[in-house]
Design a binder for this molecule. Structure first.
Ligand SMILES: [Zn+2]
Length: 497
């Protein structure tokens, strides 16, 4: 599929009625409730954008939140980088191939790495919605491909904008299409969803490298999403064949179809095919690492200090538990993601932190770095005290949610335990992750007392909320033909009308 090189520049200019109430000192949540009329206008404006039959867009929005305060003059830039589909153990710092990803290894050794960090969901838009709102998937309502983030949510970008931050984002997947409404709070927002992963990420990178040095007088919050690691595993040389021995037994251009067709059919796939898939995936990691090196070089040239966070929205399974790819299950290969904080003078280097962390922690942590108060109602926790040396296991709990199942991981004296419940029969599965990181032995019968202890915390936030989310079918993304085509190209075959 050819990339449409032309960049659609759409200026969104509409009146934000009812602005006067925004100048008060009310809390953001209360303020949002007053947005009835203007919300309607907002949705109409976004519909106009979607009507453009071009899934690549670069939008400048003048929909601004009113100031709640002002970040201090020395507030740092905040850069959140999401490397789509990057499982934690693909990186050397997490036990992956030792000669891969030198730029990410350097970031981890110069900053702070979280060894036990989890995505909130096994797919793209649910986890990103959790990063942006600090709410669980069942709470923000983005559970599957067709859901969009309701406009009633208060996002990290909106919050930082309300304290004077410039906000920008550049993304490389149709899962960030304007109709998904993940652009809330970003005054500059680019989405590239057509072409190969390489082409889409290259376009997103171009915007990132142009934007990073701009407007040095005030701090910015930037979000960069790169798709290079996601199937099809088709990346430029020398990365493509870096870890392959000979010609791949699965043609790179055929990997999306292959992953979809055999995702639940381990017996039909040879060991060589799995090995080659892993090798090509590692080549994608090698390639995206060169992009990290470029971003870090651009950030190092800035005068204003910058906190850089690298993470992922989910990983990729290679039949560790009879599943290939990502999207439905909550296996460690899919849910455990990298989390690295880096910032000279801001994030002192130190040993890896073992405390549990999750996507919803980003909002409170990054507002702490921005030196602004967090809004009320965030689900996640500020990780800054842990980053700064207080790495005491706190009995924390991680929750992960997919449409049909949910998981809970809790720190205990014997190491973290993971409970997984299937949405239909709720038959519990319990794993001791310290001894059994690939979840091969179900301990639910052996430790019914642990199941009984963990289960209520999971059911209370999951199944009731999931039922509510399913009932909210008005929050559906109105997918265009071009977007449907882009979804199919990356493996979402169920996005039909
Ligand atoms: Zn993703």
């Amino acid at each position: 599929m050819a990339l449409r090189h032309s960049l659609r520049l759409i200026l969104l200019a509409f009146l934000w009625t009812g602005c006067s109430s925004w100048f008060t000192d009310e809390r953001p949540q209360a303020r949002k409730k007053k947005r009835g009329k203007s919300r309607k206008a907002h949705i109409e404006a976004k519909r106009e954008l979607q009507a453009a039959d071009d899934a690549n867009a670069h939008v400048e929005s003048n929909v601004k939140v009113e100031l709640l305060g002002q970040a201090p003059a020395d507030a740092p830039n905040i850069l959140l980088i999401s490397l789509d589909t990057l499982r934690a153990d693909a990186l050397p710092s997490y036990g992956g191939r030792p000669d891969n990803a030198p730029a990410l290894t350097a970031l981890a050794s110069e900053g702070i790495l979280f060894t036990n960090s989890y995505a909130q969901a096994p797919s793209t838009s649910p986890t990103h919605a959790s990063m942006f709102t600090s709410q669980l998937p069942a709470e923000h309502g983005v559970m599957g491909t067709k859901h969009r983030l309701p406009l009633s949510h208060w996002t990290l970008a909106e919050h930082l904008q309300a304290y004077g931050y410039r906000t920008w984002a550049t993304t490389s997947s149709v899962r960030f299409a304007l109709g998904v409404q993940l652009n809330q709070g970003f005054s500059e927002y680019a989405v590239y969803s057509q072409g190969t992963q390489y082409e889409k990420s290259s376009s997103a990178m171009k915007v990132a490298l142009q934007t990073i040095p701009q407007d040095p007088a005030r701090p910015w919050f930037g979000f960069i999403h790169l798709m290079d690691v996601h199937a099809p595993y088709l990346v430029p040389e020398p990365h493509q064949s870096k870890y392959l021995t000979g010609v791949s037994s699965v043609p790179p251009e055929d990997t999306v179809r292959f992953l979809h067709q055999y995702r639940l059919d381990k017996d039909a796939v040879s060991e060589q095919q799995v090995e080659d898939l892993r090798a090509m995936y590692a080549g994608g990691v090698s390639h995206v690492d060169t992009r990290i090196a470029q971003i870090v070089a651009a950030v190092k040239a800035l005068e204003r200090p910058t906190v850089v966070v690298v993470t992922a929205d989910h990983g990729e399974a290679f039949f560790e538990k009879n599943y290939l790819g990502h999207g439905a299950f909550l296996h460690e290969a899919i849910m455990r993601v990298p989390l690295i904080f880096w910032g000279p003078g801001l994030v002192p280097p130190g040993p890896p932190r073992n405390a549990l962390a999750q996507s919803i922690d980003l909002f409170p942590t990054l507002t702490a770095y921005a030196k602004v108060p967090p809004p009320e109602g965030l689900r996640g926790e500020n990780l800054r005290p842990v980053i700064e040396g207080n790495d005491v296991p706190s009995g924390r709990t991680v929750i992960g949610q997919a449409p049909q199942r949910s998981m809970l991981i809790r720190e205990t004296e014997g190491g973290p335990y993971k409970l997984v419940l299937n949405g239909k029969n709720r038959k519990p599965r319990l794993y001791a992750l310290s001894d059994d990181p690939l979840e091969q032995t179900n301990l639910a019968r052996k430790h019914p007392e642990l199941v009984a202890q963990l289960k209520p915390a999971l059911t209370s936030v999951s199944f009731r909320a999931l039922a509510k989310t399913r009932a909210q079918n008005e929050e559906q993304w109105d997918i265009t033909d071009a977007e449907r085509e882009a979804l199919e190209a990356i493996g979402y075959m169920d996005a039909g009308p």
